[in-house]
Design a protein. Structure first.
Length: 198
């Protein structure tokens, strides 16, 4: 094999597929006919926050979009496309914006000077709003305060989005939540930022 470090990834998948089919032969063929996830998870790309693993969910349970540093930016077409499809087409009724402790992106933004990261590269441009958010916080704020503020900002942007406003105008019972995942304990915490239809 050209890249032996990949062997456990592929053999792990083969083993998982075999065990899943053995446990319930109808499960995977049924999934292949469609999906109706209840939850749309918008989280961080961080490898330590695998949403379905930490919530003990199965394939089909969670529609997922991850971004760098768990930002849900108002002008992000990719994130908004997932929100649109997940809520208006698949019928997800709970959108969870999920930050996590010790987030590398939030730590970088927390340490960045007020004038922001180097312009002209993707990472710098994407981090700019997070750096601005960091400098809107009090001097006593910690990096994890920035994580929570970033989740609050994501909830605000998701609520203001065309998708959520359309869903509510159509009378859909769709809710947007803010959650925090603690890497040290493995626990998800509801930050009580939830908003729903009036
Ligand atoms: Zn992160």
């Amino acid at each position: 094999m050209a890249h032996p470090e990949l062997a456990p990834y592929l053999s792990g998948n083969a083993q998982w597929a075999h065990q899943t089919a053995a446990a319930d032969p109808t499960f995977l063929p049924q999934l292949a006919t469609g999906q109706a996830p209840t939850v749309l998870w918008i989280g961080c790309a961080d490898s330590r926050v695998p949403e379905s693993v930490i919530m003990q969910r199965k394939p089909g349970d969670v529609f997922v979009h991850v971004t760098h540093s768990c930002q849900f930016q108002a002008e992000d077409d990719s994130a908004n496309a997932v929100l649109n499809y997940g809520v208006l087409h698949l019928g997800a009724t709970h959108v969870a914006i999920v930050g996590h402790t010790a987030c590398g992106g939030c730590n970088a933004a927390f340490a960045a000077p007020r004038d922001g990261a180097a312009p002209g590269n993707h990472l710098g441009r994407f981090l700019a709003p997070l750096i601005a958010l960091r400098h809107s916080l009090p001097d006593t704020a910690t990096a994890d305060d920035l994580v929570r503020a970033n989740v609050a900002e994501g909830v605000k942007n998701a609520v203001a989005s065309e998708t959520i406003q359309t869903a509510w105008a159509q009378g859909k019972k769709v809710y947007v939540h803010g959650w925090l995942y603690d890497l040290k304990t493995g626990l998800l915490q509801d930050l009580h930022y939830s908003q729903g239809p009036q």
